[in-house]
Design a protein around this ligand. Structure first.
Ligand code: BTN
Length: 325
């Protein structure tokens, strides 16, 4: 009931009477009062005024199930929602849930990860109360060969949601890092369980630095958080909800063509590498050139002195000539 109370308080412009809450949820005034007390103890500032009712002044910055559920406006994502204070890795948990037949759209969110994983076997840090670690379980009926484009779809959703909440433009470093002022604030790790022509499930893991102010020495040049880059302390659950709303929209567009045709323009607009010299770190044959945009299949087009090359994500990584971007 707490999630529903929060949603009603949020969606009402002004006070919600105790009577209205009782009627809405079919419970006694004491039950409503108890739930309000619990929410206040959790850090929600709820004003209770006799004869007027309850008013939500400010919400706790928590990643609880009640908080996220009260903010989600999605059609199908997050109907099954698992939230943890601490977990090893949300990707690992989402994969376990996938093996237990959990449904398409299941969302796993954690405040802290102790064994967070990054791309290329690296680790990913999510210290408590600083960021967001979340994983989305999908069971799409698409060709396994097209699945890697979903990381680009996700990056677009994350970048738009961050820009909307922080007021500072978040951009995408191809294929799927989200950057602000050239610093990485979000990484995405997509994992898939598939036969050669059939996807059993996909887990998209999203790690976002939200309030972090310090980073390990080796990352200090390239990492940032929404706080360090915008000066704003945004509400984490709101960001989760906005990302998922954008994702649902872009995912539907993706499924229409099974490629990025419908969001090519939007992605290229946010591509931080566009028009810049990049180094393509291909272990066999590294080369440099100017990044000009992506194709509808998600490849990066790089113009070298002799020809245009198409770079596939997964094979190689791309760096700026002078640094990370
Ligand atoms: C990267 O290397 O840039 C990708 C980082 C992905 C981190 C996220 S945090 C949530 C999910 N769970 C994990 O263990 N990893 C991903």
């Amino acid at each position: 009931m707490k999630a529903e109370i929060l949603r009603l308080l949020r969606e009402t412009n002004g006070y919600v009477s105790g009577q209205e809450l009782c009627e809405q949820f079919g419970v006694s005034r004491t039950a409503v009062w108890k739930a309000i007390k619990q929410l206040q103890a959790m850090g929600y500032e709820i004003e209770a005024v006799p004869n007027r009712g309850y008013f939500l002044k400010s919400a706790a910055d928590v990643l609880s199930k009640d908080e996220i559920a009260s903010l989600l406006h999605t059609q199908w994502i997050g109907k099954e929602l698992y939230c943890y204070d601490t977990i090893g890795s949300t990707n690992a948990r989402a994969k376990e849930l996938a093996e237990q037949e959990c449904e398409n759209g299941t969302l796993v969110v954690a405040d802290q990860q102790t064994q967070g994983r990054g791309r290329r076997g690296r680790s990913w840090q999510t210290p408590p109360q600083m960021g967001i670690a979340m994983s989305l379980l999908l069971r799409p009926e698409i060709s396994p060969g097209n699945a890697s484009m979903l990381t680009l779809v996700t990056a677009l959703a994350v970048a738009n949601a961050i820009t909307g909440l922080s007021g500072v433009e978040a951009m995408i470093k191809w294929p799927n890092d989200v950057v602000m002022n050239g610093r990485k604030v979000c990484g995405i790790l997509t994992e898939m369980n598939a036969q050669f022509d059939y996807i059993s499930y996909i887990v998209i893991g999203i790690g976002i630095n939200v309030h972090n102010e310090e980073f390990p020495e080796e990352l200090s040049q390239m990492a940032g958080s929404i706080l360090t880059e915008s000066g704003k302390r945004i509400h984490r659950a709101e960001l989760v909800a906005r990302i998922m709303a954008y994702f649902e929209q872009y995912y539907a567009t993706f499924l229409e063509t099974e490629d990025l045709t419908g969001m090519l323009e939007a992605y290229n607009q946010l591509l931080v590498n566009r028009g810049r010299e990049v180094k393509v770190l291909d272990p066999k044959e590294p080369f440099s050139g100017k990044a000009v945009g992506i194709t509808k299949k998600g490849e990066l087009m790089v113009d070298t002195w002799s020809s245009r090359k198409l770079v596939s994500s997964g094979e190689v990584s791309v760096r700026g000539i002078y640094g990370y971007v």
